[in-house]
Design a protein around this ligand. Sequence first.
Ligand code: HEM
Length: 486
Amino acid sequence: MSKILTTESGAPIADNQNSASAGEYGPLLIQDQQLLEKLARFNRERIPERVVHARGSGAYGYFEVTDEVSQFTRANFLASVGKRTEVFLRFSTVAGNLGSSDAVRDPRGFALKFYTEEGNYDLVGNNTPVFFIKDPIKFPDFIHSQKRDPFTGVQEADNVWDFWAHSPASTHQITWLFGDRGIPASYRHMNGYGSHTYQWVNEAGEAFWVKYHFKTNQGIRSLDGDQSAEVLGADADSHQRDLHQAIERGVFPSWTLYVQLMPVAEAADYRFNPFDLTKVWPHSDYPLQKVGRLVLNKNPENVFADVEQSAFSPNNFVPGIGASPDKMLQGRLFAYADAQRYRLGVNHTLLAVNAPKATEANNYGRDGLSAVNKSGRGKNYEPNSYDGPAQTDNALSAPVALNGHTGTYTTPAHTKDDDFFQAGELFRLMSAGEQERLINNIAGFLAQVTRDDIVEKNLAHFHAADENYGRRLEAAVAKLRAGDEG
Ligand code: HEM
């Protein structure tokens, strides 16, 4: 016989099919602990879903250094060629709820946890190198405008485009999202980006600004609008199924990590703000340098335990890696752990998927809901005279020079800092066919907007990016809107 079925407190259960009743016909007895506990437990199975990126898939694997980068960072997990570090990666869509579908046009999350010997390093990125906005104070409004309208209960084109009408810096990311890469065929067939600029610091204390690029070794594969409609109709879980099955078959997806590195001294005079999340650094300015290989080779044993309860925070750094002044990143340094204290509780860092694996967490944080495994021995204050865990002088990152006065600013004054030129550059890089599809994709959505002023404000952004882009989009929208009226 296999194990005996028990209650939560370990007592054997004699009948798991029939409730205990007062006589053959009922009513039921409140002394039936198995019935009460089973129903109560079931009522508590769901936890709040993530406020964004609610729908996702995850897997374990490893990162292996293939190229020497220790001259740029003293991060221990990047110290030598051949060094391997265990990782957990969670992919996600952004706007949809937990029960939504995979094959939609939406950015994809690419959240990576490195279980290093110096603590967990979380790199919480997307499959896009840029983002829609550049100030975190706009994030809740942005997300509200993209999610379901509180009155109609569906996503409204008016809200989506009204937000973008007031956020011209979105034009670059919109061009990316409605282009050919906007609907990945699977999580395996897309790149991942750290997106923000981060800081690397070497042994000598010399700092560099760094951007991360994970290039898929499966090749980029995407769906067009018709293909995605077909997949969505047939299988809401297409990305989850693909990832899980590939790993079960032993076909392990992998990515090659490259970085772009900017010496700190070059940031001030760069032609645009290098900490602006709505812009990329052209590879001609800062070429890609290879770092290593990321491989996913193990499915989680339990999706809820490891994927739903995983918690990534852009503020989880290790020595040798730090934040940049990117305002969006600065906002995110607060937002994630705060969300997780609400979503999972203050002790979420003790869950297996979130706890350090290659080292242990030692501090004087205590108690709270669902506290486990914190020994009561030793002192609960620091410093102490009893050989308790003490601080070291291993500072995580290098100091960043400041200038200016406190205040609320729009865009720092770099010589070429308008919101549109990189959207224009991206448009001009596209083949004729991709330009055509991009315009049709945007027009199909923008034409659903009911207010002329919102349409016009948005069209002005595309005109500013590239005159040809704006003119063709304007014609396509006009045609669709005329068709709607007819
Ligand atoms: C200031 C802007 C942003 C704010 C305030 C914000 C906030 C959040 C919050 C609260 C969560 C849910 C966390 C949780 O419950 O565990 C989340 C998830 C996520 N965000 Fe952001 N976010 C911002 C921008 C970004 C950007 C720019 C990226 C990518 C470059 C990004 C990538 C992600 C990813 C990948 C997840 C899902 C992580 C996971 O798989 O658990 N976010 N964000």
